[in-house]
Design a protein around this ligand. Structure first.
Ligand SMILES: Nc1nc2c(c(=O)[nH]1)N[C@H]1C(S)=C(S)[C@@H](COP(=O)(O)OP(=O)(O)OC[C@H]3O[C@@H](n4cnc5c(=O)[nH]c(N)nc54)[C@H](O)[C@@H]3O)O[C@H]1N2
Ligand SMILES: Nc1nc2c(c(=O)[nH]1)N[C@H]1C(S)=C(S)[C@@H](COP(=O)(O)OP(=O)(O)OC[C@H]3O[C@@H](n4cnc5c(=O)[nH]c(N)nc54)[C@H](O)[C@@H]3O)O[C@H]1N2
Ligand code: SF4
Ligand SMILES: [Mo]
Length: 739
C-alpha cells in the first residue's frame, strides 16, 4: 500500500442527508487528499441527528461509488423497444452521447412537441429523490413554468394528511422532536419509527426511562410496536373511527380542556354532537378492539400529561385517510395537550419553513409561456390514467392535450406509482418521448428515450429544512460528481438556454438561489418568517441553524398552537370547517369504511387487506438495488407476511411461493407466516419491479383511487387474494436475481 495521506490532507465537509425522511440528518463527510469521500458520519452537534445515521445512509459510500452509477448521458439505440431490460445490462440498450448532443436533442423535441400539441402535453414527473430546496423544486419549476408544461400535483406522499392538518390548524407545526423526551405518554399512530424516523427513538427511550408509556397503533407489528407498552393492531383504515370514539369517551367523561377549547377552537358544539354517535361499542366493531380498550386508550390519552401523538403517514395512505388524520389531529385540541411542553402532536414540521418559494420557483414565468397562464395540473398519483388518457380527457387531464412527453427526475414512477401495470402500459405508449434524470438504471429508465446522470448530495450544494425537526441546514458540496453526472439545477438551467429562454433567472447559480430561498436582506439575514436569525455566515459556521422560535428551547420552549390567531379561516383551530361545507363536503369528521376493505363489495372475491409497506432498509425504492442494503432487508424482502389462520385455510406454509392478485395485477412472493399481521391482513414491501421474479412489485396491486382529502394515493386500501403458487418449489420467489 502507498503511504497513507497525512491526516492534514483530510477535510470534513458539512452536508445534509437529502433523502425523503423526516430526520434530515446533518452529515459530516470526510474527504481525503485525492478528493474522495472516505467516511460519512452523523453530526454530533446536531440536536436531532445526535451523531448517528440510519443503517441505510451509514453505508452511503456504497451508493456514491457504486460501479453501476450512470456516468454519462445516454440515448436509446434505434430499434430497441421500451420495456424491462435485463438487470446489469441496461446500458446495452443505450448509446453514450455528449451533454451537448443530449440537451440539443431534448430541447428540439420538447419545442416540437409544444408547438404541435401545446406545451401542456409535456408532463414533468418528480418527487423526493432529494428534498433539498434546490434539488426538490427550483430551476426545474422555472423551466416548466416558462415552457408551459403541465404542473404536477405532488400528492403521492403527504397531501391527504397535509390538507387534513391544515383544515384543523392552518399550518403544519408540531411538537419539537427534542421535547418528546419530556412526554409521559407517547402514541405512535401509523408511524414506523424504527424504520422511517429513527432519530425520534432516542427521545422516546429517554422519556420511557422517566416513566413514559409508549402506545403504538398500527395493524403491523413493527419493531417499534414490538417494543411498545401497548400495541393496538388496528384494522387498516379504521383510525378515524377510533379517534371519534376517543372523543366520545373524553367528552362523556368530561376529560376535555374547556378553557383551551373556549379560547382556541371553533365548532366544538357541532363536534360534540357528532361524536355522540361514536360509542366505544360501535368503534370496537370497526377497529377490532374491545369497547373497554377504546375507553382505556381515551382515558390514558386525556389524563396523562404531557401526552404526545406522533401521527405519521401510515394513516393517510388509505381512502378515508384525510378525514382520519383530521380527526386524530383534533385530539390534542380537545384535551389541551399543546399547553404542556412535551405534549401535543407532530405530523410534520414543514409548515415552519417559509422559504421564498416564489423567488425560487418563479410561477410568474408562466405568463411568458405560450399559454400566458399557469398550466393545468395533473395528479401524480394517477400517472397511469394520465399517460393512457385520450386527448381532451376531462378527468385527470382537465380537458387538455394528451401527454406526449414525460420528464422524470427525483422519482422512480415505474416502481412507486400506484397501479403499476397501467403505468407501464402508459410508459410504452407509442410516440411518448421520455427523459429520465437519475443516478442509476431503475424501473423507469427502462422506458426512457434519454437517460441523464444525476448527483448524490455529496456532489452538489443545497439548503434544506426538515419535516421532523426545526433546523435549517446548508449542505455543502463535498466531492466532484463522477463522470459527467450533473445536479438538477444545472440540467434545467442548461435546457432553458437551449430552449431560448432568455430570462436572467435561468443563469442563477446555486448560491444565488440559496440566497433567494432565504430572502436574504442587506444585513445578510433572512427575511422569511421564523428565519430572522438565519444567515449564510451562520449556516457555514454551524451547518445547522434553529428556526428563530427554537433558539432557546430550554428557556423559551416552543409550544405550538398555544397563541392564536391561527392560519385557518376562523383564526381558530377548526373542529368544524365551513370551507369544507362550502364545497358541499361534511364540515365535521365522520367515519366511512374504505370501499376497498373488508366492508367493500369486492371483499368476497378478494378477502385480504393488503399493506404495501415501505422497506426498513431502503428509502422507497432508493437503495433497493444495492447488495448490502438488500442483504439487510433479506428477512422480509419479497415476502408476503401472513397470519397463520389465513395461510392455513389456503394450504400455505411458511416459505411457500405464493401468488397474490386482484383485478389489477398479480405478483409472486414467498410466504412469511409470522405474527406480524392480524388475520385478514397481509403485507409486503416496496422494491424495484424488475428485481421481482415476475417483473411486478407491490404496486401491481394498488389502485389509482384517491384519498378523500388532498387527492393522495391509497396504497394501504387494497384488497387481494392469495394462493400457493402452482410451480411451488419454495425458493423461487425468495431467492431471485442474486448469486
Ligand atoms: N427506511 C425507510 N425510511 C423511510 C422511508 C422508506 O421507504 N424506508 N420512506 C420515507 C417516506 S417517503 C415517508 S412518507 C416516511 C413515512 O413514514 P411513516 O409515516 O412511518 O409511514 P408508512 O411507513 O407509510 O406507514 C407507517 C405505518 O403505518 C402502518 N399502517 C398502514 N395502514 C394503517 C392504518 O390504516 N392505520 C394505522 N394506524 N397504521 C397503518 C404501516 O403498517 C406502517 O408501519 O418515511 C420515510 N422514511
Ligand atoms: N406501494 C407503495 N408505494 C409507495 C409508497 C408505499 O409506502 N407503498 N410510498 C409512497 C411515498 S410515501 C413516496 S414519498 C413515493 C416516493 O417515490 P419517489 O420519490 O419516486 O422515491 P424513490 O423510489 O426513492 O425514487 C427517487 C429517485 O430519485 C433519484 N434521485 C435521488 N437524488 C436525485 C437527484 O438529486 N436528482 C435526480 N434527478 N434524481 C435523484 C433516486 O436515485 C431514485 O431513483 O413512493 C410512494 N409509493
Ligand atoms: S435517511 Fe433519514 S435517518 Fe437516514 S441519514 Fe438520512 S435523514 Fe438520517
Ligand atoms: Mo413519502
Amino acid at each position: 500500500m502507498a503511504a497513507a495521506a497525512s491526516s492534514s490532507a483530510f477535510r470534513i465537509v458539512h452536508a445534509v442527508c437529502s433523502h425523503d425522511c423526516p430526520d434530515s440528518c446533518g452529515v459530516r463527510v470526510t474527504v481525503d487528499g485525492e478528493g474522495r469521500a472516505v467516511k460519512v458520519q452523523g453530526d454530533p452537534t446536531h440536536p436531532v441527528t445526535q451523531g448517528f445515521l440510519c443503517g441505510k445512509v451509514a453505508k452511503y459510500l456504497d451508493r456514491v461509488y457504486a460501479p453501476e452509477r450512470i456516468l454519462y448521458p445516454l440515448k436509446r439505440k434505434d430499434g430497441v423497444a421500451k420495456g424491462p431490460l435485463p438487470r446489469g445490462r441496461e446500458h446495452e440498450a443505450f448509446e453514450r452521447v455528449s451533454w451537448d448532443e443530449a440537451l440539443d436533442a431534448i430541447a428540439a423535441r420538447l419545442k416540437a412537441t409544444a408547438e404541435e400539441f401545446g406545451p401542456e402535453s409535456i408532463l414533468p414527473y418528480s418527487y423526493a429523490g432529494t428534498i433539498g430546496v434546490l434539488g426538490y423544486g427550483s430551476m426545474d419549476r422555472r423551466f416548466f413554468h416558462r415552457l408551459g408544461g403541465s404542473q404536477l400535483d405532488r400528492t403521492i406522499c403527504a397531501e391527504a394528511g397535509g390538507v387534513a392538518w391544515n383544515l384543523v390548524y392552518g399550518k403544519k407545526f408540531g411538537t419539537p422532536t427534542e421535547d418528546v423526551r419530556l412526554a409521559k405518554l407517547i402514541v405512535a399512530w401509523g408511524a414506523n419509527i424504527h424504520g422511517n424516523n429513527i432519530h425520534l427513538w432516542p427521545m422516546i427511550e429517554q422519556a420511557r426511562r422517566n416513566g413514559a408509556r409508549l402506545i403504538v397503533i398500527d395493524p403491523y407489528t413493527t419493531r417499534t410496536a414490538a417494543l411498545a407498552d401497548w400495541h393496538i393492531s388496528i384494522r387498516p383504515g379504521t383510525d378515524g373511527a377510533l379517534a371519534l370514539g376517543m372523543m366520545h369517551v373524553i367528552l362523556r367523561e368530561g376529560l376535555e380542556d374547556r378553557a383551551y377549547i373556549d379560547q382556541h377552537t371553533h365548532g366544538f358544539d357541532e363536534l360534540a354532537e357528532r361524536v355522540s354517535a361514536y360509542t366505544p361499542e360501535r368503534v370496537a366493531a370497526w377497529t377490532g378492539m374491545t369497547a373497554a380498550e377504546v375507553e382505556q386508550l381515551a382515558r390514558a390519552y386525556a389524563t396523562t400529561r404531557p401526552a404526545m401523538l406522533r401521527l405519521n403517514y401510515g394513516v393517510q395512505r388509505g381512502e378515508n385517510g384525510g378525514t382520519a388524520v383530521r380527526a386524530i389531529a383534533m385530539l390534542p385540541a380537545l384535551t389541551g395537550a399543546w399547553k404542556v411542553r412535551g405534549g401535543g402532536a407532530q405530523l410534520s414540521t414543514s409548515g415552519a419553513f417559509a422559504w421564498d418559494k416564489k423567488a425560487v420557483e418563479r410561477p410568474d414565468l408562466a405568463l411568458a409561456s405560450p399559454l400566458g397562464r399557469l398550466a393545468r395540473t395533473v395528479n401524480m398519483s394517477q400517472l397511469g390514467l394520465a399517460l393512457n388518457a385520450e386527448e381532451a380527457d376531462t378527468g385527470v387531464l382537465s380537458g387538455g392535450p394528451a401527454v406526449r412527453a414525460l420528464f422524470v427526475y427525483n422519482s422512480n414512477p415505474g416502481a412507486v406509482a400506484p397501479n403499476h401495470n397501467d403505468v407501464v402500459k402508459g410508459l410504452q405508449k407509442p410516440g411518448l418521448f421520455t427523459v429520465v434524470h437519475d443516478l442509476f438504471f431503475t424501473d423507469t429508465t427502462d422506458y426512457a428515450d434519454y437517460v441523464l446522470p444525476a448527483t448524490t448530495f455529496l456532489e452538489h450544494t443545497d439548503i434544506q429544512g426538515a419535516y421532523g425537526h426545526y433546523f435549517v441546514q446548508l449542505s455543502q458540496q463535498a466531492i466532484e460528481p463522477p463522470g459527467a453526472a450533473r445536479p438538477n439545477v444545472w440540467l434545467f438551467g442548461q435546457l432553458a438556454r437551449r430552449m431560448g429562454f432568455t430570462e436572467a433567472c435561468f443563469r442563477d447559480t446555486p448560491e444565488e438561489m440559496i440566497a433567494q430561498s432565504l430572502a436574504l436582506g442587506p444585513d445578510g439575514f433572512s427575511s422569511n418568517p421564523n428565519m430572522e436569525n438565519v444567515s449564510m455566515e451562520a449556516l457555514k459556521r454551524e451547518g445547522h441553524v434553529p428556526l428563530a422560535f427554537h433558539r432557546e428551547p430550554e428557556t423559551r420552549p416552543f409550544l405550538p398552537y398555544t397563541e392564536g390567531p391561527f392560519a385557518t379561516p376562523s383564526g381558530k383551530i377548526e373542529f368544524a370547517s365551513e370551507a369544507l361545507a362550502a364545497r358541499g363536503a361534511d364540515p365535521l369528521p365522520g367515519f366511512v369504511p374504505p370501499a376497498e376493505s373488508r366492508w367493500g363489495k369486492d371483499a368476497a372475491r378478494f378477502p385480504l387487506e393488503f399493506l404495501s409497506r415501505k422497506a426498513d432498509n431502503y428509502m422507497n425504492t432508493t437503495f433497493a438495488h444495492l447488495e448490502g442494503h438488500r442483504r439487510m432487508e433479506a428477512r422480509t424482502r419479497q415476502k408476503l407476511e401472513m397470519h397463520p389462520a389465513d395461510a392455513g385455510v389456503r394450504g400455505i406454509a411458511d416459505g411457500d411461493a405464493v401468488r397474490v392478485w386482484n383485478g389489477r395485477g398479480a405478483l409472486q412472493l414467498t410466504a412469511l407466516v409470522n405474527g406480524s399481521v392480524p388475520a385478514g391482513v397481509v403485507a409486503a414491501r416496496l422494491d424495484w419491479a424488475k428485481l421481482h421474479p415476475g417483473g411486478a412489485n407491490v404496486n401491481a396491486l394498488t389502485s389509482e383511487r384517491l384519498t378523500d382529502l388532498g387527492g393522495g394515493a391509497t396504497f394501504y386500501s387494497t384488497l387481494v387474494e392469495v394462493e400457493k403458487a402452482k410451480d411451488n418449489d419454495g425458493t423461487r420467489a425468495g431467492k431471485t436475481e442474486e448469486s
